[in-house]
Design a protein. Structure first.
Lengths: 265, 289
């Protein structure tokens, strides 16, 4: 059941998005997060959806797969939608039942926030789905490099990030394995009451933590015996290269921002 | 309790770009009370078959019958619990499943999940600690303070404590020292004989398969390519080579010897013991002549 999760996974491919420089993609996502907040009416949110759809097409990731992989987030989106729906008290009442009153503005806000959420999650997933964890880290390291002046341990941070990204699938597999072993012993975390499920989590978490710590120690030893001593003087095998298409994708974002500003209320 | 797989196919991560077919039309019958070995090269689908045996995985196509229960892809099955109690699986490196405060409590986890009263579960756990040759003082220790070999035994005890009718073993001795290996394999064999426990052994070791199993199935690229009694399976070396498998040591030795002497022994020696007996008989005969 965990095999459907798509966070932190990379799908090899050769699409336009795959070939982009990882730095461009990082900057793109970062700017996009800000651009999303420009939208504030139906037209602008519509434009955002169309733009996201275009990016999905460009990445050649199957839409069905993407939607399926985002199921875990759907709960969060629905939750925020409901919050806005119930607690916004503006505009005219469009629905009333006992103490629940739903206002027009609440419905609108709920839909907008859900779109915002979905668009952000989809685009960030596309970033990780089309970029190898290593190039993301490399990109992050180069982008943050200027901060070294202020004694920010950029290399260490990048390393930490790449290690955690690298171990997401490993830990997922491990979780799956332990879950199966405990299920075979009659513990079941997919059925039963809330309390039973909570109880069933302990036999899963403890072995998982134990093995994660063991893994961390092994990894540290393995790095040390291979002479790792931090980022100083370390050269790179893969070089990041900025091409015209990278400039183009950033420019597309500027155009998008301009359009959004033009159409917003 | 018979277990049968009919035309079972399975794909991991179905309908995603990561989809991977692991099994193709596997047919396998494991009769009640038998000792079935499943052998095959790494990645041949052995472990996938194993997880089907107590419905941890459901076939994407085909049917599995476990006792009187049928497991098919689409249906939600309410009897899964019952199946899991009757079919105990010892996974590869089972010590990774240990979690409780004390060894006893960890062993009791399985049976208590299936509704065995605490006192009875405790009795079973104590018996099993003895049966597995663990020192008595480990019972109240944390399982994480034990040695690797001891942890393995505790984990195995945790599965045996459920009193399964079928015991499924996935490389139960991987990473143990030779003596621990032998002790544990002998223990499983004893349980198989004394309690009539149906046993399924998934292994890389041709020696173990030859020594203990009364039926062997060979998996290759997700298919069950060959089934039969050990004598049959190990009589055809070329075929085994096709599946990247080898003969057990004793048979290899026998083959070399036969070649050197230009004579054939009367049976295929599946274990070192039979090999020794055969040789003794042969030498006796020669002396008489």
């Amino acid at each position: 059941m965990l095999e459907k999760m798509i966070f932190g996974r990379y799908i090899p491919g050769d699409s336009f998005i795959h070939r982009l420089d990882a730095r461009a993609k990082l900057i793109f996502v970062f700017l996009f997060i800000m651009v999303v907040f420009i939208a504030n009416n139906w037209i602008t949110y519509g434009i955002l959806l169309v733009f996201t759809f275009l990016i999905i097409r460009l990445s050649k990731i199957r839409l069905y797969f993407l939607i399926n992989g985002l199921k875990p987030v759907v709960f969060l989106i629905i939750f925020t939608f409901l919050l806005h729906l119930i607690f916004t008290r503006e505009g005219s009442i469009i629905f009333e039942w006992k103490f629940i009153k739903i206002y027009e503005e609440g419905l609108k806000q709920g839909i907008f926030i859900s779109i915002r959420f979905t668009v952000l999650v989809v685009l960030t997933s596309i970033l990780t789905l089309t970029t190898t964890p290593i190039s993301i880290t490399d990109a992050l390291e180069t982008l943050l490099n200027p901060l070294k002046k202020w004694k920010l341990p950029v290399h260490e941070l990048a390393l930490m990030m790449s290690i955690s990204l690298r171990f997401i699938p490993t830990l997922m597999d491990e979780t799956d394995k332990i879950m199966k072993a405990q299920m075979a012993r009659g513990s079941d975390m997919t059925t039963g009451s809330m309390k039973e499920r909570m109880n069933a989590i302990v036999p899963l978490l403890i072995p998982l933590f134990v093995s994660a710590f063991k893994r961390a120690e092994d990894l540290a030893t393995a790095m040390e015996v291979r002479g790792y001593k931090g980022g100083e003087g370390r050269t790179r095998y893969r070089k990041l290269e900025w091409a015209t298409r990278d400039t183009l994708i950033i420019l597309s974002l500027v155009v998008l921002a301009a359009i959004l500003v033009y159409f917003r209320k | 309790m018979d277990i049968s797989l009919q035309q079972v196919s399975y794909a991991y991560a179905k309908d995603t770009p990561f989809e991977k077919r692991a099994l193709y039309d596997v047919d396998l019958l494991i009769p009640s009370g038998s000792y079935q070995a499943i052998i095959g090269h790494t990645g041949s689908g052995k472990s996938t078959v194993l997880q089907h045996l107590n419905a941890l995985l459901k076939p994407t196509e085909g049917v599995i019958r476990i006792g009187s229960t049928e497991v098919v892809a689409a249906k939600k099955n309410k009897k899964l619990r019952e199946i899991r109690q009757k079919v105990g699986i010892v996974f590869q490196f089972p010590e990774h499943q240990l979690f409780d405060e004390t060894v006893l409590k960890d062993i009791m986890f399985g049976p208590m999940n299936f509704g065995v009263p605490e006192e009875e579960a405790r009795q079973r756990a104590i018996e099993l600690v003895r049966l597995l040759g663990l020192p008595e003082e480990v019972m109240e220790k944390s399982p994480f303070d034990l040695s690797g070999g001891q942890m393995r035994r505790v984990a195995i005890a945790g599965v045996l404590a459920m009193n399964p009718e079928v015991l499924v073993l996935d490389e139960p001795t991987a990473g143990l020292d030779p003596r621990g290996r032998k002790e544990i394999m002998e223990l499983f064999y004893r349980l198989h004989q004394e309690k009539g426990l149906t046993t399924v052994l998934v292994t890389h070791s041709m020696e173990d398969a030859a020594r203990y199993a009364d039926r062997i199935a060979i998996m290759h690229n997700g298919q069950c390519v060959l089934q039969g009694i050990p004598q049959e399976i190990f009589s055809d070396e070329d075929r085994l080579m096709d599946y990247r498998l080898e003969l057990p040591q004793s048979i290899k030795f026998q083959k070399k010897l036969e070649e050197m002497m230009g004579k054939k022994l009367s049976t295929l020696c599946l274990t070192e013991e039979t090999l020794a007996e055969e040789l003794a008989r042969l030498m006796k005969k020669e002396r008489e002549i």
